[in-house]
Design a protein around this ligand. Sequence first.
Ligand code: FAD
Length: 410
Amino acid sequence: MPSYDVLIIGAGHGGAQAALLLRQTGFEGSIALLGDEKEPPYERPPLSKDYMAGEKEFERILIRPRAFWKEREIDLLLTKRVRKVDPIAHMVTVGENEQIGYGRLIWATGGSPRLLTCPGANARGIFSIRRRDDVEAIRTRLPKTGHVVVIGGGYIGLEAAAVLRKLDKTVTVLEALPRVLARVAGEELSHFYEAEHRAHGVDLRTEAMVESIEKAEDGTARAVILSDKTRIEADMIIVGIGIVPETAPLIAAGASGGNGVDVDSYCRTSLPDIYAIGDCACHANRFARGDRIRLESVQNANDQAKVAVQHIIGEPIEYEAVPWFWSNQYDLRLQTVGLSTGHDQTILRGDPESRSFSILYLLGGKLIALDCINAVKDYVQGKAHILSGAVLDQAQLADPSRPLKEVELA
Ligand code: FAD
C-alpha cells in the first residue's frame, strides 16, 4: 500500500495551497494531492466569469503550470475519489478497493452544487457551475441556446447572468427570496445589483418559487414552472443555489460535524491527524463574533491551508484571517471585507450612480464589514478599521472625500 507523510484529499484551491506551502516551508516528507477531477488544480472563480465568457484559456487558470507539481515532488493523484477514511489505520479507500496510507490527512474537498429537487429536476439541459466540466458542457450548448433561465440570485448565478448577457443571450434570473444576495449582503447592495441586471436586459424576478421543470419528449428541460403557475420557456437552465459540503466519508468515520466538518482554530478535526480546510470546514470565526460558520471563498481556503500546514510543521498559528471575497459582474468589481451578518446599521459612502461607492456595515457603532464597488481604496483601508474594532465618526465614514484611513474616532 502506498503511503504519504501528508495526504491531501481534494485538489482544489485549499488542497493545492496546502501542498505548495508545505514545500515552501521546507517540508521534505512525501506529499500527495488527490482529487476526483481530471485536471491539475485550477482556479474556480473564473468559471462563472471570464472562463465562461470564453475570454481565458484553461491553461491560464491553472493554479500552477502542469509540470510544477512533479518538480516539487508532489504526487498528483487525479480522477480518484475517496470513499472511506479509516482514522485508526491512517488509511483512505479510493474507488472500489485502492488503499492509501497517511501520516497526516488534509481534507479539502469543498462542496457539490445543491441540486433542484422539484418534479422534472432530472431533465437534461440543467447545469451547475462548480467544475471545469460544467462550464465546458454549458459552452458546448450555448451556440444552440437563445434563452437561459438562471435559478438562484447568489453571486454565481448573477455572474453567470452577466456573462450570458454579454454573449447576447436572453436571460431570466429567478430568486426565491425577496432580494438577490440575501444571504451575503445588505439590502442596498441587493437592490443595486437587481437594478444593474435589469438595466442590462435581465428579466430578474424575486420571490419566484420554482415548482417544477417541464420536459420535452426527449427528456430535455424546456420550461420552468413557478408556484404561481407562471411558465417560463428555457433552452438552458443554470442552477446556482449553493453547495453541500463534501464530508460524508469523514463524518462516517466519526468526525464531528453537521454543517461540513468541525475544526478547531488549528483546522484540526475531532479525528487524530486529520485536518479540514476550505469550503467544507466549519470553524469558529472571530469576525462572526465566534459563531461556527463555513466560508466559501478563495481567501478562506488559502488561509486555512496555511493554518493546517503550520500545525503540521510544528509552528502552529491560529486561524484569525479577515474574510474577503470578490465578484465581477459587468464593469463592476465588488470587493467585500469582513462579515456583515448581524449588522445593526449601514452607511452609504459615495453615490451608487457614480458606480464607485461602498456600503459600510456596523454593529454597536463598530465597523464589521464593507462592500466596495469599484472602490479599492475603501476596501484596503476599511480592513484596518475592522481589525481595530474602534468606534469611528459616522459623518466622516459617510464622506467619500475623506480617505477611510483618515477617519477619526467618534
Ligand atoms: P474546491 O476548490 O472546490 O476543491 C475541492 C476539490 O475536491 C474538488 O476538485 C472536488 O471535486 C474534490 N473532491 C470532493 N470530494 C472528493 C473526494 N471524496 N475525493 C477526492 N476529491 C474530492 N471565491 C472567491 O473568493 N471569489 C470568487 O469570485 C469566487 N467565485 C467563484 C465562482 C464559482 C463558479 C465557484 C464554483 C466558486 C467561486 N468561489 C469564489 C469560491 C471558491 O472557488 C471556493 O471557496 C474555493 O474553491 C474553495 O476551495 P476548496 O479547496 O475548499 O474546494
